[in-house]
Design a protein around this ligand. Sequence first.
Ligand SMILES: *[C@@H]1O[C@H](CO)[C@@H](O)[C@H](O)[C@H]1NC(C)=O
Length: 246
Amino acid sequence: MFFNAILLGALVYASADNALPQDFTRCRQKDPKLNDCLKSAVPDALKRMKQGISSLSVPQMEPLHVSGMNIDSGAGPVVITQNYKNIKIHGLTDSVLTTYKADLKHYRLKTDSITPKMEFIADYVMNGRILVLPIQGKGIANITMVNLVVKHDLIGEPILRDGSVYMHIRDYKVKFIPKKVVLHFTNLFNGDKRLGDQMNLFLNQNSELVFNELKDSYEKALSSVFQDVTNKIFDKVPMKDIFLED
Ligand SMILES: *[C@@H]1O[C@H](CO)[C@@H](O)[C@H](O)[C@H]1NC(C)=O
């Protein structure tokens, strides 16, 4: 264990001098229009990350793969245990930013994005109750959010390493505000088509209720994915090479 840690440490240090890909727009810390610069640079970078960035171990973003996620919705009108595996998230790279607020002195970034269509496709297993109806199934889930507004709040801290400051993101909060949610689950009730069709209809007629009960779990799962991807870059590229100093 100990030697593994050292080896891992050595690998991290060896790659400490990474740079952003050449084609990424750089914004200057002192630019009075820094926020405007970031507002266009970030989605532009996201588009260039569709296939990932191997030198920084940034994963493919289109679709973005997430290994799994468990949701236990306890009390209230929606009580469901859900397990998702092989999650693919489509559409993130089409996001645009509507506001950006960088407070680099306090290592804080706040931005609102809008994603025209975010599709969450995954293998699911679920069991529970919605209002008075039991729900149960195992198949493929498609949860599509249309005109999804995401409020991102990134709380960072400076990490000094080898004479460079890195802006590590310690906490990444997100809030999802979709205009519309379309849900579809295949193979509900062991493939009973009539029951399955009825339940899918019911879920969509009550999508706001269903989504609101599950929102916290989706937000938690995705914020940790966003945090990982951001830190893949921020932990490897010194802060002054992301936000230029002069
Ligand atoms: C998921 O659902 C949306 C909305 O109904 C649809 O447009 C999309 O094609 C579906 N995706 C898959 C992979 O089934």
